[in-house]
Each structure stands twice: as structure tokens, then as C-alpha cells.
Design a protein. Sequence first.
Length: 319
Amino acid sequence: MSEAMRRVGSGPLALLSLLLVAGAAGGQQAGLDARLEQALRAQAQVIVSFGSRMSGSQGCDRTEAHLLNEFRRAGLQRITTQEFPLALPLELGSVLEVGGERFPVSGLWPNLLRTPTTPPEGIRGPLIYVGRGELADYEGQPVENAIVVLEFNCQMNWLYAPLLGARGVVLLEPETTTRGEAEKKFLQVPIDVPRYWLPREYGERVRSLARQGAPAVLRGRMDWQERWVRNVVGFLPGTDPALHKECIVLQAYYDANSVVPALAPGGEALGGVLALLHLMRALVEDPPKRSVIFVATPGHYQAMQGMVQFAQVFGEKGR
């Protein structure tokens, strides 16, 4: 995984959120001092160490358990979880075999509902390398029934591969990329094109084998599965006899998303949940007049289902 995907707590949005939080609880220093920054980064590293946090993943479940423990340690009351199901694309194992060598790969986000899944025996064909996948890069190459290796940062040029008769696509992890680039690697129509991400450490070797046209086998499976995920909810009573029945809801999502579902550590997405934890501790030390409900939700990338489920139960007509 590249340094860009590992990086945590350094995005401008995360720092802005934390700066606002630092000045929000009465008496807190407005600036983000070194000790607070160190604590926030340490908390971020713990959560990122859980691995991919796509909703329904093991890393997401571990994050939920961690947040539940943090709510308890802070001293919140009436701590509970709210469980609900989500349909999610889950990686079940994928590999590229070339000669006697095996390279781990991971499926990309489904084309609408169609996951990057091969037949059990895999797909076979010559491995060819086409760089960034311009049409000129295919000249003289045996594309028919091939497994095409491209640089990930190829915009939508990967689509030329199936249009020219290729059976599968392997995209090489770049040093850096952008969200816009990633969003061009899946479609809103259910086209069956097996697409896989190859880790950067194997890139040079696979490029070399592809330039030789080595025979290869690509096997992969990703299934839609129903997984149960949980909101984490905690309560801090207000101090004012007249105002404590009024509640302020503070919410942050703790899941992450990626064009590669198995690789969603979500470092930059952690800003919200880190701010929630910091604000929780500050308010426990100096409770406000009104009560506060703290909510950490998954399902953010599934139409914000965590907050939808919370609102249905605890909203204006809920209890």
C-alpha cells in the first residue's frame, strides 16, 4: 500500500475540524498544541492499524469495538449500539499466477452490481503491458483473450482493453493518485470486466513478465453479502435543570471507502471521528447545560445509512 493511502491526520479538512474542536469546549486553547496533536495522531494510528474500514469489514468491526471502549472510558452514560444490515461487496480472495509465481491482487469496486469475479478456474491468456493504455500502446500486441496490465493512473483508458477483446485488466498501484482518477475505474452499468489492483511492490516484476507476453491465470472472487453493522451511541446529561431535557446530537462516521474495497484504511476520513472523541472528552470534563448524544456511525458511503437508522429510532418521532 502506498504512503498516500497510509497517511493520516494531515489533510486540511481533518486539521480544520480539530482546530474548531480545540476552541469549542470552554477554556480549551484555541491552537492545536503539540501534546494534543500527538494524542490525535496516536489515536489515528490505532484505528488505521485495524486495516480496511469499509462497512462490514473486520476492520470496521474492530473500530466499532474500539469506539465503544472509548465511550466507556470517557464516562458516557446509557451507551448502546444500534444494529442494522447492509448489502456490501466483499473481497473473498484474488491472485494473478504467471508461470510459478503468484501475485496477490484485489478486486476493484463493482460495475453497478457486477463484481470483479472470474470463473473458479480463472481466466487464462497472455499477459501484456500497455502503459497508460492509449490506443497506440496496443499496436502489435496480442490483445485478443489477453490479460492486460496498465498503470492505474490511466483515466478511463482501461476500457479499451475489453473493447479490443481482452479478458481481464490488472491495474498497477501508483505512487500517488486522486479520487477523480479512482472514480474512473468503475462504471454505473453492470459490464463484466474483471478488474484488479496489484500492489506497487510487485509492479516491476509484473511489467517485466507482461512485456515478455508470459501466459497467465487470473482468479478472483468478490460477492455481495449482507453484513450487520452497528452505530455506537452514548449520552452525556446536561447540568441545567430547565435545559437538560434538550439534546444536542454530535455525529461522525467511522467507516471508510475505496475503489479497492479490501484496501480502505481511510486515514483522511478519520478527521470527524477524532474530533468527536476529543470533543467528547472535553465536554465530559466540563458538561454543558443541555444534554449531548454522541453518535459514531458506519454506512456513510451507503447513503449515510448509519445516520438514517439513528434518526428513525431517536429522531423527532423516535425514542
